[in-house]
Design a protein around this ligand. Structure first.
Ligand code: ATP
Ligand code: MG
Length: 512
């Protein structure tokens, strides 16, 4: 039944990849002018479904209707002509060009203005003004923050006069402030009559941004609900098909000796500015120390120094008494460190290689896989199957190439690899990024188990609730320094927030 207000309608849309049914006879109606959230577990078929609307993937069965008329969308350019724009989680901008040039890049005659130089900058500024999306149109994309790059992507889509904008996990890489700004932008777009489909794993965002939401499970759309009629717990239950416990229980553990010791550490960002200033911290066996902070305050760089990805300029890092300050990644691992890197999509996996090869990455000398030092393919497969089960990596076999997995399931491959070693120190940076609520719950449980087994865990997260519920002690970073330290039992959201925003500091003479 097509009503006049239906902008997009999917009827029986099905997509198979070999044996796997990624989307299974999906019916979906998106009303003109609404913000429609799309939620569901990792691998449920959200990205694939939207890639079909954007012409990147072609359905095996089913129909797509725009304003009631059936259409075939052969390519993203065709989608643009139909007024559909999409912002992917991994941006596709050219870093050496200006924001304005990126916005108007790659036009075919007739699909919008082809612009260069000052004219492009003027037009981009007008476009940005019209939608209240502040950017510097002349700035090279390479120098823009992630949030600004995302605005460029959105403006690029709007420059084609998109009526329907699809945003695939747009907030996964944003700071809380940038997220709030994006939500405002999306509301502003709705005011201007645009329709937005918003994929997210964050339940509070569903409630903050969407008019309605649809839930995908195992390739099927199982529900579409008015946002006002569901609590966060309801949404979580619909996504995973069971109750989700948002609280973790931590057994009492008596902390042992200090396994990670950082003293007076300072170091630079890639652009040469100072990122970390005189940071000292220690993490004991059986302890989780959480580092809270608004992204961009030195936490990412601190993690890179501790992993040996980049050398600091001053200070000392020791793992179980062994100094590794300027050692490389391999030596850090040898000293007993495992790490879940923040940018694991780029750094953590090799997409063309199989799940088992990626899982084995740091385990090749493990006697369970390589008896007598030689890898046994049979053992490797069995071991990989065990991890796939334990970490619930969906639709994967040991032989599946990692690039055929959904975004969240790729994250799980890295987590499985790092959390299945027996390190002394575990550094977990943004461990639940990109994961659905069920997977987040199980990662939290794994971290608590690791703590019980006597690992020293340094947890770096921009999700304050995650830091609060898992940590024994909490440090707050602001402007590259540790400005506050507290037992987690004495910490509150609001209290930490003041330090995170730089409104309070325990360092002498540092208070703003
Ligand atoms: N090119 C491909 N080849 C083979 N399988 C694929 C391909 N693209 C996606 N899949 C499979 O289709 C399923 C759905 O993937 P999709 O990326 O749509 O999930 P998603 O809901 O976006 O998950 P996430 O929340 O993790 O991003 C996954 O199980 C994935 O393994
Ligand atoms: Mg996805």
């Amino acid at each position: 039944m097509t009503t006049t207000s239906s902008l997009l309608e999917l009827r029986g849309i099905t997509k198979r990849f070999g044996q796997l049914v990624a989307d299974d006879h999906v019916d979906l109606q998106v009303t003109e002018g609404e913000i429609h959230a799309l939620v569901g577990e990792n691998g449920a078929g959200k990205t694939t479904l939207m890639n079909m609307v954007f012409g990147l993937v072609h359905p095996d069965e089913g129909e797509i209707l725009l304003r009631g008329a059936p259409v075939t969308i052969r390519s993203p350019l065709a989608a643009a002509r139909h007024g559909i724009g999409m912002v992917h989680q991994h941006f596709k901008l050219v870093p050496s060009l200006s924001a304005a040039e990126n916005i108007f890049l790659g036009r075919e005659p007739g699909s919008g203005p082809m612009l260069h130089g000052p004219q492009a900058i003027r037009q981009a500024a007008e476009l940005a003004e019209r939608y209240g999306l502040t950017i510097d149109p002349a700035a090279r994309v390479r120098f823009l923050s992630v949030g600004q790059q995302q605005r460029v992507e959105i403006l690029k889509a709007l420059s084609y006069d998109a009526q329907l904008l699809i945003l695939d996990e747009p907030t996964a890489v944003l700071t809380p402030q940038e997220t709030e700004e994006l939500i405002q932008v999306v509301h502003e777009l709705r005011t201007r009559g645009k329709t937005v489909i918003f994929i997210t794993h964050k339940l509070n965002e569903v409630r903050a941004v969407a008019d309605r939401f649809s839930v995908m499970r195992d390739g099927k759309r199982i529900a579409t609900v008015e946002t006002g009629e569901a609590t966060e717990a309801d949404i979580a239950r619909m996504m995973v098909g069971r109750e989700v416990l948002f609280r973790v229980t931590k057994p009492d553990v008596v902390p042992g000796r200090t396994l990670l010791e950082v003293t007076g550490l300072s170091g630079l960002r890639v652009d040469g500015t100072e990122a970390v200033r005189n940071v000292s911290l220690g993490v004991c066996a059986g302890e989780i120390v959480g580092v809270a902070g608004v992204e961009g305050n030195g936490q990412s760089e601190l993690a890179e120094f501790i992993c040996g990805l980049r050398p600091p300029t001053a200070g000392r890092i020791a793992i179980d008494g062994r100094e590794v300050t300027r050692a490389n990644v391999v030596e850090h691992r040898r000293a007993g460190l495992a790490f879940v890197a923040e940018d694991r999509m780029d750094r953590g996996v090799s997409g063309a290689m199989s799940v088992s090869e990626n899982l084995a990455g740091t385990h090749y000398s493990d006697p369970g896989i390589a008896p007598h030092g030689i890898v046994s393919p049979g053992r490797l497969r069995r071991w990989a199957r065990g991890l796939i089960r334990r970490f619930d990596i969906r639709n994967a076999t040991p032989a599946t190439p990692v690039q055929a997995l959904s975004g969240g399931n790729i994250q799980k491959v890295v987590l499985a690899r790092e959390l299945s070693t027996e390190p002394k120190v575990l550094l977990a940076a943004q461990p639940s990024r990109g994961l659905d609520v069920g997977a987040t719950e199980s990662v939290h449980r794994t971290l608590i188990e690791q703590r019980s087994q006597g690992r020293a865990i340094l947890l770096i997260s921009s999700e304050l609730s995650e830091v609060l519920s898992l940590s024994d002690r909490i440090l707050v970073m602001y402007g590259g320094r540790v400005v506050h330290e507290t037992p987690a039992s004495a910490a509150t959201d609001e209290g930490l927030g003041l330090y995170m925003m730089g409104l309070r500091s325990d360092e002498a003479g540092e208070a703003a």
